[in-house]
Design a protein around this ligand. Structure first.
Ligand code: BG6
Length: 492
């Protein structure tokens, strides 16, 4: 392999990411309100090779009612998750053993404002996150905070519905200001919305939109309205930071979708071009350039979508752009006239004959990351942050023998981080990389525990059974070497 003298700079945010609803548990304790994630179930009969992600992620009014009626017979994994709320001190210590120098975590809105209209925040929530920030500081781990990661509060749904209601912008902005005021001395990097494109892909998950089965035709209209309101909320938060003269940064964050035309036939290339515009560039164009591009205005016109944008909101979009582009990257896909679909949680696309897939059909493509980074940097010239990257596997280790050899994860991470470094050598500015994830968590799309991403193994099954003990995997040891070698290990 060609020698590479690259080394991460001291302030490179190399670390890991987690999300409140996938780790915290304590769903109704310490004053926390319920969230949409607390009402999503695990389906023991799910066929992992053949299921519709949307069905797993969306909740209709009828489905939610069913879950409420049948609560005692169903499994709600996010309610207890991996009990990070109770065990965060030990868990952070173990994460530190994987060498991480940064931790991206999310704050749960419902833990800070269980009643979205209440005047003062829930002190138990504030104290918990303060303790977490303090702990990270004592371990020299830089925090990166997401304010909304797929745990929209039920209280907000009951009072105001989804983010398509402009009133939600007010209550979310109040929550954001509380977090900034309370935690600004600890944290410089703020991501208001995890994977903002999820609002279109799964409006329940991304924006708390729950429709009746006979209202599904409203989905497109409502989700684009909600997305617009989230774009504007990003700007309100940035405006607040600027006006308060705070040295903080706001990140946009999307589930990226690197794709290729299935062939060089111009029609396939055109299909891929349109898909990239609509599913990738659109979000970043608005958040970085400050206006809706013509291709999406045409799409709105053709589909009779009115996003209800007020003049002053369009001015805000123009004035307050994001400071960095965060994105998750797990896989790539193809587009064209004739493609066979393969898996993914948010972005589903066509199979690529040159790539291997995980058991869930996610196609592994390290070079795709380099291509995507070059593309995004050339197009936007905003610093990039790889907010999530990792591989979900069904893992069976011999606990007695303490054999936790996840060599496939090491291969995956090495390939991707190497390509990230190559992209940085190409001239791309990148401020950090977060592996998804430091520790096994509840899967977002299917609520399984079986689909593991962690550098640390938890002896816990899909039903929450097990000793709950934590063990460092080989990938955790490798990650420490990666950090210690400042990336050089990827070229050995
Ligand atoms: C990202 C989400 O889209 O993918 C995470 O931000 C999620 O919350 C991750 O866990 C992996 O997806 P899944 O469905 O396999 O857990």
């Amino acid at each position: 392999m060609k020698k590479n003298n690259f080394q991460f700079k001291e302030d490179f945010l190399i670390g890991s990411a987690i999300a409140a609803c996938q780790v915290e548990g304590s769903w109704k304790e310490y004053g926390k309100g319920e969230t949409i994630a607390d009402w999503k179930t695990f389906n023991p009969n799910l066929d992992r090779k053949n299921f519709k992600t949307e069905d797993e992620m969306e909740l209709t009014k009828e489905k939610l009612n069913y879950n409420v009626q049948n609560e005692s017979n169903l499994i709600f994994p996010n309610r207890t998750a991996i009990e990070f709320f109770e065990n965060f001190e030990q868990d952070v210590q173990q994460m530190k053993d994987t060498g991480i120098k940064s931790l991206r975590f999310s704050i749960s809105w419902a833990r800070i404002y269980p009643d979205c209209d209440q005047e003062k925040p829930n002190q138990e929530g504030i104290i918990f996150y303060k303790k977490l920030f303090e702990l990270l500081k004592s371990k020299n781990i830089v925090p990166i905070v997401t304010l909304s990661h797929f745990d929209y509060p039920i209280d907000v749904i009951n009072k105001y519905g989804g983010f398509d209601n402009k009133k939600v912008m007010d209550v979310f902005f109040k929550y954001a200001k509380t977090c900034i005021n309370e935690f600004k001395s600890y944290c410089k990097y703020w991501i208001p919305f995890n994977e903002i494109n999820c609002t279109i892909i799964s409006p329940t998950t991304g924006a708390g939109i729950i429709l009746g089965e006979n209202e599904i035709e409203l989905k497109k209209q409502k989700s684009y309205k909600a997305l617009h309101n989230q774009f504007v909320t990003n700007c309100l938060i940035k405006q607040y930071i600027v006006e308060q003269n705070l040295d903080l940064q706001i990140g946009g964050m999307i589930a990226s979708r690197q794709s290729y035309p299935i062939s060089c036939h111009p029609e396939d290339v055109w299909i891929d071009t349109i898909a990239s515009q609509k599913n990738l560039y659109f979000y970043l164009d608005v958040m970085t350039r400050g206006y809706y591009p013509n291709y999406i205005k045409n799409f709105f016109k053709e589909n009779l979508i009115d996003i209800n944008a007020e003049h002053k909101e369009l001015e805000l979009l123009q004035k307050y752009n994001i400071d960095f582009i965060g994105f998750s990257y797990y896989k790539s896909m193809t587009n064209g006239r004739n493609v066979e679909t393969t898996g993914g949680n948010l972005t589903v696309g066509g199979k690529n004959p040159f790539l291997e897939s995980t058991e869930w059909g996610w196609q592994i493509d390290p070079i795709g990351l380099r291509i995507l980074m070059n593309d995004l940097w050339d197009r936007y010239q905003k610093p990039l942050y790889i907010a999530e990257n990792g591989i979900g596997m069904d893992e069976h280790f011999d606990i007695e023998k303490k054999d936790f050899n996840d060599y496939y994860r090491i291969d995956y991470l090495k390939g991707h981080i190497k390509n990230m470094i190559l992209a940085m050598n190409d001239g791309v500015e990148c401020i950090g990389y977060s592996v998804w994830t430091a520790i096994d968590v509840i899967s977002m799309s299917t609520r399984e525990m079986t689909k593991r991403y962690g550098l640390i193994y938890i002896d816990q099954d899909d039903y929450g059974q097990g000793s709950h003990k934590r063990y460092l995997k080989e990938s955790g040891k490798w990650f420490k070497k990666l950090v210690d070698s400042k990336g050089a290990i990827c070229f050995e």
